[in-house]
Design a binder for this molecule. Sequence first.
Ligand SMILES: [Zn+2]
Length: 139
Amino acid sequence: MFWDGVINFEPKEFDSPDVPGSGVNMKIGFMHMLQSLRVNCGFKLLVDSGFRTPAHNTAVGGEVNSAHLTGEAADIRAIGPRTRFVIISNAIRLGFRRIGIGDTFVHLDMSLTLDQDVMWTYPTGTTKKIPTVTVTTTI
Ligand SMILES: [Zn+2]
């Protein structure tokens, strides 16, 4: 195994699509929490997005300060109300303090520099977060 004690995940599952092998940038502390979540959920957790390069993060509409950039976040596939409930209830119990709920996935991160104890949703029908950063230009 690549990460000590992390038996259900491999780095390639967390690769930023534009840089094969970049999944190794996931933080070990986050991976231990995700491993605990996997054990408590009792079913395979599919990773829709893990580590992101700045270029890929921009391409998918991620926040400029997204925890995906620092290897402290993952979007876990969650289709259906029961799967979503199991993932989220266990995540909260295990100490995840930043949770985003999409139609088909749950974003989990353990950034300590971003807001704590927050849960947000994504617009219906989207599979990625819509940027909320406003870019201003001078004419
Ligand atoms: Zn995410």
